[in-house]
Design a protein around this ligand. Structure first.
Ligand SMILES: [Zn+2]
Length: 134
């Protein structure tokens, strides 16, 4: 089983609406922070990713789903194309604004995966702008 939620707490900036997927091994599980860009995803086997790239594709999927019409995937496909033309920074800003409008779920206290201080420092070294969430 796979659960997708907006909860947790970012180890880098403290933002409490992380994009999170958790559940069965084998799925891509992730933590993603639109506020500072922190992220990590893994399927527990041979595929993992660190940074914005770990969660941005999933976030594009979420944004595109907002535009799906009941009868067609056309709007989904079109919005994916449009999103892929934008910079990561622009998409992250859109995701952040989307997160701000959502209610936080309370099902995860912190993060799906465990992060060390080195992980946090490694992310901060990217120097990505932090939006105004806390
Ligand atoms: Zn963060």
């Amino acid at each position: 089983m796979l659960t997708e939620t907006l909860s947790g707490k970012c180890p880098c900036c403290g933002y409490d609406k992380l994009l999170q997927r958790y559940g069965s091994l084998g799925y891509h599980l992730l933590d993603g922070c639109a506020n500072c860009g922190f992220g990590y995803s893994s399927n527990h086997y041979d595929d993992d990713d660190f940074g914005v790239g770990a969660w941005l594709p999933y976030a594009k999927h979420i944004l595109s789903c907002q535009y799906i019409e009941p009868e067609t995937d056309e709007f989904y496909e079109r919005s994916m194309v449009e999103l892929n033309k934008l910079s990561d920074e622009e998409v992250r800003r859109m995701v952040f604004e989307w997160c701000e409008k959502q209610e936080r779920a309370d099902d995860v206290d912190t993060t799906i995966f465990t992060y060390t201080d080195e992980d946090v420092e490694k992310h901060k070294a990217f120097g990505l702008p932090v939006f105004n969430g806390t």
